[in-house]
Design a protein around this ligand. Structure first.
Ligand SMILES: CC(C)(COP(=O)(O)OP(=O)(O)OC[C@H]1O[C@@H](n2cnc3c(N)ncnc32)[C@H](O)[C@@H]1OP(=O)(O)O)[C@@H](O)C(=O)NCCC(=O)NCCSC(=O)Cc1ccccc1
Length: 328
């Protein structure tokens, strides 16, 4: 049987699919790639997972900037491993998005033409070594707060990718904390450098959780579909609650004179985030947006010969398998 709703034709298969989908969501179970899913659910997941993948790939640049200048061989080895992990996270996430029917080429095209979003945080510069500490502590810290609940996302491939990613992010966060701790136990100049990096990264890291709940167009539906488990503001609160005791151990000051626990509301009071800055960065006008995209585009163009060689090799191997089959 077929019915029409607006310009959309709904078949009996769709109705059965929707009922099965609703039951899986109500049971807090998982949707897998071959299951029926509403078009809007698929679209939301492609949007979020591809933005997340792009964030990991662009996110390699701010730290990649310090690999050649790390202050010791040990620090260099650790930083290289961290940046490689980020590449790996990007690849898992691109693969998860591909299970929804978008190709890697389409996602790459969206990124290098500037049509796709990626996390605002990666559009800030990294002028000092202490930025490596602040990125690990604050940026990976925020990523963990946001991503641990995503391990329970209703879409199977996304939730499973998140489990491994979160384990690696935990290590990343600790290495950032340890860089800052070493600097804070060093000279006055090193302590100043660490505090300056925390001052520059604190507010942008709070923006990673997205706009306030009353200005977040996607949250309600994503929560109803068990993709997001907590609102943007709730996760931001959790993050601040995690930072406060850690800042005390480090001996750094969080750059918000209004930050204090409010017993009455059971929440952290804090100064207003500069949302104008956030929306400027999202519109492509942050300090490093143009540079980040230029580097990504150049890397993609420079890698064209590798993709061609890999495709030629794959064709040759496939032809060889065909030949062997014919002989057999
Ligand atoms: C929470 C949110 C980011 C946004 O909630 P939603 O429900 O999806 O949206 P909402 O309605 O609240 O917002 C309206 C619009 O604003 C966009 N927007 C919002 N915030 C941002 C932003 N900060 N930057 C840019 N855009 C942002 C949003 O996409 C939407 O735009 P659209 O409608 O598409 O045009 C969610 O997508 C999520 O959890 N993603 C997965 C986690 C993830 O992607 N993590 C990335 C960091 S991974 C990492 O850092 C690891 C690492 C560490 C160190 C070094 C290297 C790597």
């Amino acid at each position: 049987m077929t019915t029409t709703q607006g310009s959309t034709t709904i078949t009996a298969d769709d109705e059965a699919g929707q009922a099965a989908f609703d039951a899986v969501i109500a049971a807090d179970s998982r949707i897998e790639p071959r299951d029926w899913m509403p078009a809007a659910y698929r679209k939301t997941l492609i949007r979020q997972i591809s933005q997340h993948a792009h964030s990991e790939i662009i996110g390699m640049q701010p730290e990649g900037n310090w690999i050649t200048r790390a202050p010791s061989l040990k620090r260099k080895a650790i930083l290289m491993a961290k940046v490689q992990d980020e590449a790996g996270h990007g690849l898992y996430l691109y693969s998860a998005a591909q299970t929804l029917g978008i190709t890697r080429d389409e996602m790459t095209e969206q990124l290098i033409t500037g049509r796709a979003k990626y996390s605002s945080i990666f559009n800030y510069p990294t002028p000092t070594w202490a930025d490596m500490g602040a990125i690990g502590w604050l940026v990976d810290g925020a990523a963990i707060c946001n991503q641990v609940p995503l391990c329970r996302a209703s879409y199977g491939p996304y939730g499973r990718a998140m489990v491994r990613i979160c384990k690696e992010e935990s290590f990343h966060q600790r290495q950032g904390f340890e860089i800052l701790l070493s600097l804070m136990q060093g000279t006055d100049a090193q302590r100043e450098m660490a505090q300056d990096a925390v001052d520059r990264w604190y507010w942008p890291s709070l923006m990673m959780f997205g706009p306030p709940d009353d200005a977040s167009p996607n949250s309600a539906q994503s929560m109803a579909w068990n993709i997001k488990r907590f609102s943007n503001d709730d996760l931001r609160q959790r993050f601040v609650g995690m930072l406060v005791p850690q800042a005390e151990v480090l001996g750094v000051t969080l750059p918000d004179p209004n930050l204090r626990w409010n017993d009455e509301t059971g929440r952290w009071d804090m100064s207003e985030i500069d949302w104008d800055e956030f929306f400027e960065v999202l519109a492509g006008r942050g300090p490093m947006n143009a540079e980040r995209l230029r580097i990504r585009r150049d890397a993609h163009e420079d890698g064209a010969w590798v993709r061609e060689a890999a495709a030629a090799y794959a064709r040759k191997q496939a032809a060889r398998v065909e030949d062997t089959r014919e002989v057999a």
